[in-house]
Design a protein around this ligand. Structure first.
Ligand code: DON
Length: 584
C-alpha cells in the first residue's frame, strides 16, 4: 500500500502514489471538481468513502476499500492509522463504539468502552482528607480505564471483516515506524499539550524533540508505538492484553499508583449489543445503546421534535432553537437520572425513554416562546473535555460503519506507556466522582454511574446510521463530550428537515443545551442579534462558544447512487478519501 505522508482536507483520487500525493498536497490545491454554482463542495464518490479527522488515515481506509475490503476492514485500518496520525484521540489505549449496518441483515453495535479495573471503588477519587479531587479523578494514573479499542476492533473484524488482519494493521505500523509529516494543526496541538505531559518522560520523548516542540513539516516517528502495533498485527488482542505490552502497561500502573493489573487486561472483553432503534419522519435511526447515553437521548429528542414543523420555522430561527433547547433539556435530565452501564443497571427504562407517547408527554410541557427552568435539586454534570474522534465509512455494497472512539481528554491522561509508545486514556473521569457528590460546581454522585470493578463509565459518544426505506441513507457522528448527542442530532435535522447536503450539514452552526447548566451555548456568528434577543426574551441564558464538535458525515444520495462526504473544518487535518474506480 502506498502511504500518504501528508494530510490535506480534500478528496483523494484513487491510485495515486505517495509521491504524487505529496506533490498534490504541496501544491495545496483542492481536487474537488464539478461543483455546481451555489452548491457547497461535498466530496462525492460512487463506490466507497471514508471521512475522518485525519486525511492520512482516511486514505489508509480508502486504500483498503480499493483492495477489496469491506466497510469494517476499512474502519479497522482507519482506526489503527488514527492511533498514529491523530494522537489526541485516535488510540489503542482508549475505547469507543462502532455501529455497523450491513447492506443486508440486522445492524449491530460493538461496545469497546473502557472498564474500571477490578479494584475500583466509588470512593477512589477522594483525597487524604476525604475530599473529592478533580486531579485524581481526571489527571492521575487512577483516571485510566482498562483499554477496549484493540479488543473491539478485533471483534468487529472477526465477525464482519474480509481481508487478513495483518493487512489492516500494517499501514499503521508503517506510519508509526517511517513517520509522517507533522501538519500545522498537529504541531500546534502537540506544543499545547507538552506542559501537561512534562511529568511523564516517555510522553515528552514521543511527542517532542527532548522537550522542544516539533515544527510543522517535520516528521513524527513513533518507534515504540510501531513495536506495540506490530505485536497486535502478529498476535491480535493477545499482542496487547498479554505479553510485553500488557507487562509494560501494568508496570507503569504500579509505579504511578494506578489500579490496572495484568488480570484486568487479560479479562477485558468487547461486547456486541443491540443498537437503539428509532424512527424520525420515516427515517430509521440506528445508534449506540448504553453504556452510551447517545442513542437513547438522540431518539428521545427526535421523537419530541417530530411534533413540530422545523422546516417551516426555518434553520436557525428562534422558534427552532427554542424547541431544540427544550427537547435537549428534557433528554439530558433523563440521561442524568437513568443512564449507566446496562450490565450493572438492569432496569434502565430505554423503551419508555425512546417511545412516542413519552415524547408526546414531554412535548406537552414545552411552551412556545417561553423557556422552562432546569432544577438543580439533585443532578448536575461536570464539564467534559472535547477531544474524541469520529469517522464514517461506506463501501461499494453499502455496508456502513459509524465509529467514535476516544482517550477522553485530548491525549487522554497524557501518560505514554514507557517502552510501548501509546497514550493511556483518562476515561474513569466519566464516572461520577463520589457517592452523594452533588454540589454547585456541577459535580454529581448518583448511583447508576458510580465506579465499580468491571463497570463501564457512561458515555455520550453517539455513532449513528440513518436508513430510509430499507436503504442506507446517512452515517454521522462527532466528538465533543456531552455536546456529541446534540451535534449528531443537528446533522440529521440539517439533512432531513433543512435539505442540506453533507458538507452544508456539517458546516452549519450548532447549538447545545444539556439541562444543567441551564443555558444555550451556540457557535459564534450562528445567530443574528435579532435572534439572540428573541431567545433571551423567551428566558434562555445564552453563551457563545468558538466551535462545537467535528462531525464527519456521509450521505447516500439514493436516486443517483452517489456517496456525498462532509468533512468538518472546525478542526485541522480532516479529509474524505474515496474509492471510485474509473472503469465503474
Ligand atoms: O465518552 C464520552 O462521552 C466522553 N469521554 C467523550 C469525550 C469527548 O468527546 C471528548 N471530545 N471531543
Amino acid at each position: 500500500m502506498n502511504l500518504p505522508l501528508r494530510a490535506s482536507s480534500t478528496a483523494f483520487p484513487a491510485r495515486l502514489s505517495a509521491r504524487a500525493m505529496g506533490a498534490l498536497f504541496l501544491g495545496g490545491g483542492l481536487l474537488l471538481g464539478g461543483v455546481a454554482a451555489g452548491e457547497s463542495a461535498a466530496v462525492r464518490a460512487r463506490q466507497g468513502m471514508v471521512v475522518s479527522q485525519s486525511a492520512i488515515a482516511s486514505e489508509v481506509g480508502a486504500a483498503v476499500l480499493r483492495e477489496g475490503g469491506n466497510a469494517v476492514d476499512a474502519a479497522v485500518a482507519t482506526a489503527f492509522a488514527l492511533a498514529v496520525t491523530h494522537p489526541t484521540a485516535g488510540n489503542i489505549g482508549g475505547g469507543g463504539f462502532l455501529v455497523y449496518r450491513p447492506a443486508t441483515g440486522d445492524p449491530l453495535a460493538y461496545d469497546f468502552r473502557e472498564k474500571a479495573p477490578a479494584a475500583a471503588t466509588p470512593e477512589m477519587w477522594l483525597d487524604g482528607n476525604g475530599e473529592y479531587s478533580f486531579e485524581i479523578h481526571h489527571l492521575s494514573h487512577k483516571a485510566v480505564g482498562v483499554p477496549g479499542t484493540v479488543a473491539g476492533l478485533h471483534l468487529a473484524w472477526e465477525q464482519q471483516g474480509s481481508l487478513p488482519w495483518d493487512q489492516l494493521v500494517r499501514p499503521a505500523v508503517e506510519l508509526a515506524r517511517e513517520g509522517f509529516v507533522i501538519s500545522h494543526g498537529l504541531a500546534g496541538s502537540l506544543a499545547r499539550v507538552l506542559d501537561r505531559m512534562s511529568q511523564y518522560p516517555a510522553s515528552v520523548a514521543q511527542f517532542s524533540k527532548d522537550g522542544t516542540p516539533y515544527a510543522p513539516g517535520e516528521i513524527l516517528r513513533q518507534t515504540d508505538l510501531a513495536d506495540s502495533l506490530e505485536r497486535i498485527l502478529e498476535n491480535g488482542p493477545a499482542g496487547f492484553y498479554e505479553g510485553r505490552t500488557a507487562e509494560l502497561l501494568a508496570a507503569e500502573m504500579e509505579s504511578g499508583g494506578g489500579l490496572i493489573t495484568l488480570e484486568d487486561l487479560k479479562d477485558y472483553r468487547a461486547v456486541v449489543r443491540e443498537p437503539i432503534r428509532g424512527d424520525y419522519r420515516g427515517f430509521e435511526i440506528i445508534s449506540m445503546p448504553p453504556p452510551s447515553s447517545g442513542g437513547t437521548a438522540l431518539v428521545q429528542m427526535l421523537n419530541i421534535l417530530e411534533g413540530y414543523d422545523l422546516t417551516a420555522n426555518g434553520f436557525g430561527s428562534a422558534a427552532n432553537v427554542h424547541l431544540m433547547a427544550e427537547a435537549m433539556r428534557r433528554a439530558y435530565a433523563d440521561r442524568a437520572l437513568h443512564l449507566g452501564d446496562p450490565d450493572f443497571n438492569p432496569g434502565i427504562p430505554i423503551d419508555r425513554l425512546t417511545s412516542k407517547p413519552y415524547a408526546a408527554d414531554l412535548r406537552a410541557t414545552i411552551e412556545e416562546g417561553r423557556a422552562s427552568v432546569s432544577s438543580p435539586t439533585r443532578f448536575e454534570w461536570t464539564d467534559e473535555s472535547s477531544e474524541t474522534t469520529h469517522f464514517s465509512v461506506v463501501d461499494r455494497d453499502r455496508n456502513a460503519v459509524s465509529l467514535t472512539y476516544t482517550l477522553e481528554f485530548g491525549y487522554g491522561s497524557g501518560i505514554v506507556v514507557p517502552g510501548a509508545g501509546f497514550l493511556l486514556n483518562n476515561e474513569m473521569g466519566d464516572f461520577n466522582g463520589a457517592p452523594g457528590l452533588t454540589d454547585e460546581r456541577g459535580l454529581i454522585g448518583t448511583d447508576p454511574n458510580l465506579a465499580e470493578g468491571g463497570k463501564r463509565m457512561l458515555s455520550s459518544m453517539s455513532p449513528t446510521i440513518v436508513a430510509r426505506d430499507g436503504e442506507l441513507f446517512m452515517v454521522t457522528g462527532t466528538p465533543g463530550g456531552r455536546t456529541i448527542i446534540n451535534t449528531v442530532m443537528q446533522t440529521i435535522l440539517n439533512v432531513v428537515d433543512h435539505g442540506m447536503n453533507a458538507q452544508e450539514a456539517v458546516d452549519a452552526g450548532r447549538m447545545h443545551h444539556q439541562w444543567l447548566p441551564d443555558r444555550i451555548s451556540y457557535e459564534k456568528q450562528m445567530f443574528s442579534p435579532d435572534t439572540l434577543s428573541l431567545l433571551a426574551s423567551y428566558g434562555h441564558a445564552l453563551r457563545e462558544v468558538d466551535a462545537q464538535g467535528a462531525a464527519e458525515v456521509i450521505v447516500h444520495l439514493l436516486d443517483e447512487g452517489v456517496l456525498e462526504g462532509g468533512v468538518d473544518q472546525r478542526r485541522a487535518d480532516g479529509g474524505a478519501a474515496v474509492h471510485d474506480d474509473p472503469q465503474d
